[in-house]
Design a protein around this ligand. Structure first.
Ligand code: BMX
Ligand code: ZN
Length: 301
């Protein structure tokens, strides 16, 4: 049993053929064409799927996790920030079934990543909160083994919870959102602004942090203080058994994870704080899990 899992993010679209044992058979990553808005993103998406279909024809369906808020019942992106320009309003399920004549399941990217991590960890937790620190900050909650999507499909949008009232302007229209402090993009921007350097990604920045770079040290310390505060807030609000952290920033975890755990120790946070074990594959694998579940139960997870 094989299906295609897709992860649509602000920087790349990733796709893979995944089987019912979570094994990845082929994988494709393509830069998201954002400059042409919706049509550009759709062109990147179809190129990704077409390349995967060249490798495998016996596909049960297509599961997609996309940035933006998704009405899972309709398969429609009902809200999107400018991270994916023109994306708001697209009915992705209709697009996929019309183009490929295959069943499709569409969800928010962080919800899909949570499903992937949960599956990968043997479904041992009943409640989990997931954070993705990447182009933006995504979030998801699983409560009593069900993803909690909220009344208006905003459930778990931790990226737009306000961390600093009157803080930095966010592309959702508010100020001070978590995304403007904890995304990989925000960290690089802050570091470049304050250090006068020109980092293009978080990996080099975290290397400098670990090497004890005097200019970078306080910036990453502040970043990790903010992250610890968010985890603390999750522990006293949702109170899940585990908080899992994924997204591009987690790829550099060897350089900063211990420091985060140290900061949490002082905060009396009583839950498992874990790095996403699937790295940036969680979204693709989780999208397939959600598709399989929807197909077998005739409904959503
Ligand atoms: C933004 C928002 C979220 C998404 C998160 C992570 C859009 C397009 N995106 O906060 O829905 O989950 O980014 O997305 O509205 P990524 O691009 O970092 O993967
Ligand atoms: Zn915001």
């Amino acid at each position: 049993m094989k299906a295609i899992g897709i992860d649509i993010g602000g920087t790349t679209i990733k796709g893979a053929i995944v089987d019912e044992k979570r094994k990845i058979h082929h994988q494709v990553t393509i830069q998201t064409n954002r400059s042409e808005g919706r049509n550009g993103i759709l062109a990147t998406l179809t190129t990704t799927i077409d390349q995967l279909l060249e490798n495998e024809t016996e596909i049960m369906g297509i599961g997609i996790g996309t940035a933006g808020r998704v009405d899972v019942d309709r398969g429609k992106v009902i809200y999107s920030t400018a991270n994916l320009p023109g994306w708001q309003g697209i009915n992705l399920r209709e697009f996929i079934t019309n183009t490929y004549a295959l069943p499709a399941f569409i969800d928010n990217d962080a919800n899909a990543a949570l499903a992937g991590e949960w599956w990968n960890r043997g479904e041992i937790y009943d409640s989990v909160t997931f954070l993705t620190l990447g182009t933006g900050v995504g979030g998801a909650n699983m409560i009593r083994r069900k993803i909690f999507r909220g009344n208006l499909w905003n459930g778990g949008e931790w990226g737009h919870v306000i961390l600093y009232p009157e803080g930095r302007a966010c592309n959702c229209g508010n100020r001070g959102c978590i995304e403007q402090y904890l995304s990989g993009t925000a960290l690089v921007k802050t570091a470049n602004g304050q250090s006068g350097r020109t980092y293009t990604n978080g990996a080099d920045l975290f290397e400098a942090f670990q090497a004890g770079d005097r200019k970078i040290q306080p910036i990453v310390e502040r970043y990790l203080d903010d992250l610890a505060l968010v985890v603390y807030n999750l522990s006293v609000s949702i109170d899940p058994e585990a908080v899992i952290i994924g997204g591009g920033v987690i790829e550099s975890k060897d350089q900063w994870w211990d420091v985060l755990i140290e900061k949490l120790t002082g905060k009396d946070v009583n839950l498992d704080v874990l790095p996403a074990a699937l790295g940036n594959k969680a979204g693709m694998i989780g999208a397939v899990k959600l598709l399989f579940d929807a197909m077998s139960k005739g409904g959503e997870v």
